[in-house]
Design a protein around this ligand. Structure first.
Ligand SMILES: Cc1cc2nc3c(=O)[nH]c(=O)nc-3n(C[C@H](O)[C@H](O)[C@H](O)COP(=O)(O)O)c2cc1C
Length: 337
């Protein structure tokens, strides 16, 4: 287990050893994964949307409490643009609070009410979004920290189309609450760059997909380990109400891109490829990695082996320390400057 190296307002806020958060992962961030991150010194978030019924989510909360051995863990509350998709939000929040969860990652529109409820229960919320103006709104609404996502992010990077090394210093200049940057972060060098840009932590997704504690099929993890610079593609940029979606390059995403190029725009024209439980059942459960839209960004290229979460965290921190030392070696002393 790596000793703490950096203390920031984020590590103080979440009470964590390292300034590293693991964002919610649809179908994948279950109790075992979240507990592995927490034990490695970061903070991770269960995704209630991965459970068909509130009872299943409640059982996962209980399991996570056991696996973390009393350490705090988090829940991802994603407010969908589609109103009908938010019917269970209240139940998820209530169950989480009842299970003792006080750390939340909120995502999506108008988080004000949600943040107020979380605060009233003594909790904290980091709001994740791609646009600085939404970040500023969330800060005004009371968010305790902001995670800005760059275009490299796996999943939904939003419409900003700016890299995380651009959005981090932009946001750091305007926000007062601690800033976390996400999108393409997969090494300790990138962690150090984010801190140097004014962020107080990073949030990872793709770099953690081959962790031993991820429940998915070995063939899926082998595909992640084989990922290269160009293994992810952005689909639905400007052509679908759900917005851009960065996924693994496979037969499904190639077909989506082909239909988009041919002019398809309605959800119905993609319904046989997108959504539902396709990615969970075909790719994550059965190992057929060509089937399903599999959220993933270029940081997966830094996954070179399936290994325990703690080993990944150790590597990130060791790299960050080496990078800091290298930078110190580049510094001219004041006399010669
Ligand atoms: C497999 C996968 C599933 C994801 N599912 C969700 C989700 O359900 N909710 C959410 O807020 N973000 C989701 N994300 C986004 C991540 O939480 C995180 O913001 C993103 O992965 C960071 O960028 P990176 O992939 O470049 O590290 C997902 C990302 C991946 C790779």
């Amino acid at each position: 287990m790596h000793l703490p190296v950096f203390r920031t307002r984020l590590t103080d806020l979440f009470g964590i050893r390292h300034p590293i958060l693991a964002g919610g992962l649809m179908w994948l961030s279950d109790a075992r994964y979240v507990a592995a991150v927490v034990r490695a010194g970061g903070m991770a978030f269960l995704t209630p949307r991965s459970f068909a019924e509130p009872d299943g989510f409640a059982r996962e909360l209980e399991k996570c409490r056991e696996l973390t051995g009393g350490l705090p863990f988090g829940v991802n509350l994603n407010v969908s643009k589609v109103e009908g998709h938010n019917l269970r939000l209240e139940a998820w929040l209530e169950l989480s609070l009842r299970a003792g969860v006080r750390h939340f990652e909120t995502v999506g529109r108008a988080p004000g009410d949600l943040i107020h409820r979380i605060h009233a229960a003594g909790g904290i919320a980091i709001h994740k979004c791609p646009l600085l103006r939404h970040a500023l709104n969330a800060e005004r609404a009371g968010a305790d920290a902001i995670c800005l996502i760059g275009v490299e992010a796996g999943g939904h990077p939003g419409a900003a189309q700016l890299g995380s090394l651009v959005v981090a210093p932009m946001a750091a200049r305007q926000l007062s609450v601690p800033l976390v940057v996400a999108g393409g972060i997969g090494t300790g060098e990138s962690l150090l760059a984010a801190l140097a840009s004014g962020a107080e932590g990073v949030l990872l997704g793709s770099r953690l997909l081959a962790a031993a504690e991820i429940w998915a099929h070995p063939a899926y993890k082998a595909r992640i380990v084989a990922a290269a610079q160009d293994s992810s593609v952005v689909t639905f940029a400007g052509t679908h109400p759900m917005g851009a979606w960065r996924v693994l390059e496979n037969a499904t995403s190639r077909e989506v891109l082909r239909r988009e190029a041919a002019g398809a725009r309605d959800h119905a024209e993609f319904a046989d490829l997108v959504g539902g439980t396709r990615s969970r059942d075909h790719a994550y459960r059965d190992g057929d990695v060509e089937r399903g839209m599999l959220s993933c960004g270029p940081a997966a290229a830094f996954c070179d082996v399936v290994e325990p979460m703690e080993a990944i965290f150790d590597r990130l921190m060791t790299e960050a320390v080496a990078a800091r030392r290298r930078l110190a070696g580049l510094t001219l002393d004041m006399v010669s400057a």
